[in-house]
Design a protein around this ligand. Structure first.
Ligand SMILES: O=C(O)CCC(=O)C(=O)O
Ligand SMILES: [Fe+2]
Length: 321
């Protein structure tokens, strides 16, 4: 396995032709000309007490695989600071950023994707992928919000509230991914992020407050995901789809590029503890609904290889009857 793609910021600085590996065939960059979708808004502060809010959560995760989380205890000013930190990192001189350059086959650090095959297309973004210990306060808050959400998810399925958190383990991890999508010369041919579902259990995404780009697949159609400045977009990842025995759907999503403006995002992935077995929860398996997924371990590792081939790792875990 292979080398590392040049950062998009370097490609832009050097000017000239965009390297071939970013370019898809005509129209593949995706269409901006799709409608917005009203992703349900869930009040996190009400999840512990309101059965109506719990029902809203359940319905969002069942039908959309995602929801916009509001009233999570973080002010919009605070979220804007995080957006600013993200932007500032990418504005550092290249030499400075290269001190944090990710090593081949590593996932932490500054840089573009690993190359797994010479057919692989590059995504038009640079990422800083690191443990959130650096943004300590944010990680603490996200951890408690994630737990509130995971407990509510369990209760919304009439399960004991700790089912998900216990399956994922005490030492489950939060990984932060700071992404810059630089202005792109050919949005019609170049993709910001390939279509994918996340490998996490759940993901809490802070979107750029002023520019859209994220699209969500629903009923086989792409829709723009609105960016609400004070909201976190929470989506089901593959592992919560597996634990919920398919009750909740891992949201397929992608990011388009833009020729006018750059865009940033900060995704936090809630990832089960290493070596923990993740499989459909007992309470969700019965005669009418058999076990639909195999039990997985360290799912993120296998996932990455599928992702870069444009394949869905979750399909491999499905049990055929
Ligand atoms: O930039 C975004 O809005 C989405 C990023 C994303 O899907 C990811 O990092 O997995
Ligand atoms: Fe994602």
């Amino acid at each position: 396995m292979g080398s590392l793609l040049k950062t998009v910021q370097e490609v832009v600085l050097e000017g000239g032709q965009v390297p071939e590996y970013f370019l898809y065939k005509d129209g593949h960059g995706g269409s901006r000309d799709v409608p917005f979708i009203d992703i349900p808004i869930v009040d996190v502060g009400l999840l512990a007490t309101s059965s109506q809010e719990l029902q809203k959560l359940n319905s969002a995760l069942t039908n959309f695989g995602c929801f916009q989380a509001i009233n999570h205890g973080m002010s919009v000013e605070y979220l804007n600071q995080l957006r600013e930190i993200t932007r500032e990192f990418f504005q550092l001189p290249l030499e400075e950023k290269k001190k944090y350059l990710k090593q081949e086959n590593d996932i932490e650090g500054y840089g573009n994707d690993n190359v797994y095959s010479d057919q692989q297309k590059g995504d038009w973004n640079d990422r800083l992928f690191l443990s959130l210990s650096i943004v300590h306060e944010y990680s603490e808050k996200i951890k408690s919000i994630s737990e509130i959400i995971l407990k509510a998810m369990a209760r919304s399925l009439n399960l004991e509230e700790n089912c998900f958190v216990e399956q994922y383990g005490q030492r489950s991890k939060l990984n932060g991914r700071f992404t810059l999508y630089p202005k792109c010369p050919r949005p019609d041919l170049i993709v910001g992020s390939k279509p994918h579902g996340d490998a996490s259990a759940i993901t809490l995404l802070l979107q750029d407050q002023s520019i859209d780009g994220l699209q969500i697949l629903k009923d086989n159609q792409w829709f723009k995901a609105p960016s609400i400045p004070e909201a976190l977009l929470v989506n089901v990842g593959d592992q919560a789809e597996i634990s919920s025995n398919g009750a909740f759907k891992s949201a397929r999503h992608k990011v388009l590029t833009n020729s006018e403006r750059e865009r940033i995002s900060l995704a936090v992935f809630y990832v089960p503890e290493q070596d923990k077995l993740v499989g459909p929860l007992e309470g969700l398996i019965d005669e009418s609904r058999p076990k639909l997924y195999t039990t997985v371990k360290n799912y993120v590792n296998t996932y990455l290889q599928y992702y870069h081939q444009g394949k869905k790792a979750i399909e491999e875990t499905k049990i055929q009857y």
